[in-house]
Structure formats: C-alpha cells, structure tokens
Write a protein of this length. Structure first.
Length: 183
C-alpha cells in the first residue's frame, strides 16, 4: 500500500505562500516588508506596519473605511495588493498630519464643521476629500457628494462633511468686486 502523504498545514510553506520582499513608501518613509503576494495593502499597513487608521469595514471596496492615497489618488486598500504598490507613494491618515502634530487643513475643517461622529469612517472621508480637492479645488456640492460617495458614514455626517469641503474649496477665480465696478 502506498504511503499517505502528510497533510499540509498553514505553517508548511507551499508555492502559493512564498514570501516576497517589497519596498513600500508609506507617509514618506521607506519600509521593506516580507509578505505573500496575495496580501492586501490594508492588511500590510495594519498588521505589518502598525498603521491602523485605514479600517477593515466590508473588505469588498464598498464602504470606504480603508481609503488611502496612492500617488495622491483615493483608493480602497482592501482591494489593492501590497505588491502592486512598490515604488508608489502611499499616504495614510497617520501621514496627513504635519510632523509637529498639527492637523492637515482637511482634518481641521472636518473638526471645525463637526464632520465626525463615531470616527470610524473619518480617516477614509478625510483622504477622499484630500484627493478631491487636489484634483478639483473648486468643487460644486454635486462634485463633493460624488467625491465622497465611496465612503459610507453610518452616523450620517454627510452634510457636515460637505460643509467642511466647502470651507476648504478655493474661491472660484473671477473678477474682484472692485474690478467689476470699474469701467
């Protein structure tokens, strides 16, 4: 009778679980991480780097709690493989504040307009808003709503988040009141 092979356990390396060294640039600092190619950026940030601002919500890219900036664009870290981020700039909520601990203007506006309730969605909301304002410094209310639409707030702080976005939006360029009266 042939010998029955021993079952493979989680600790036994198989070709599917081979580790790969990846260099990630997170919040301006380089990190060399050994990980399986199947690891999401969310898991790598939280489990390997100890950056817990991005939250595991749905793990399906539907709630936005895991939103981070990848090359200044808002992405769901639960749907992004960490190996795909090698050589790209990753910004988490922890990297949004200034080195001295001062809040980023986006964070400050959210606080000033009471745009946070329980705080679970706030990191993702702040980073989505940061990305929106970077690509469109003069958003309309509809554009603000679309820019934040991938982030669910179960507490219902949407109107206050919109108010924070409005406060940050640069005034639309146009003739100054003095120039409009001249002529």
């Amino acid at each position: 009778m042939p010998a029955i092979p021993e079952p493979t356990t989680a600790s036994t390396p198989t070709p599917q679980t081979l580790q790969r060294r990846v260099r990630l640039l997170v919040n301006g600092a380089p990190y060399d991480v050994e990980l399986e190619p199947r690891h999401t950026l969310l898991d790598t940030l939280r489990d390997d780097l100890g950056l817990t601002g991005a939250k595991p919500g749905c793990n399906m890219g539907q709630c936005g709690a895991c939103t981070i900036l990848l090359d200044d664009e808002a992405v769901y870290s639960c749907l992004t493989l960490a190996v795909e981020c090698e050589g790209r700039a990753i910004t988490t909520i922890e990297g949004l504040s200034a080195v001295g601990g001062e809040l980023d203007p986006v964070q400050q506006a959210i606080v000033e307009h009471d745009g946070l309730q329980c705080g679970f969605c706030t990191p993702g909301q702040a980073l989505a808003l940061k990305a929106l304002l970077a690509r469109n410094p003069h958003p309309t209310d509809d554009e603000i709503d679309r820019g934040l639409s991938g982030n669910i707030c179960r507490c219902g702080a949407y109107l206050k988040l919109r108010a924070a976005a409005r406060a940050l939006a640069a005034p639309t360029p146009g003739p100054s009141p003095a120039a409009a009266g001249e002529g």
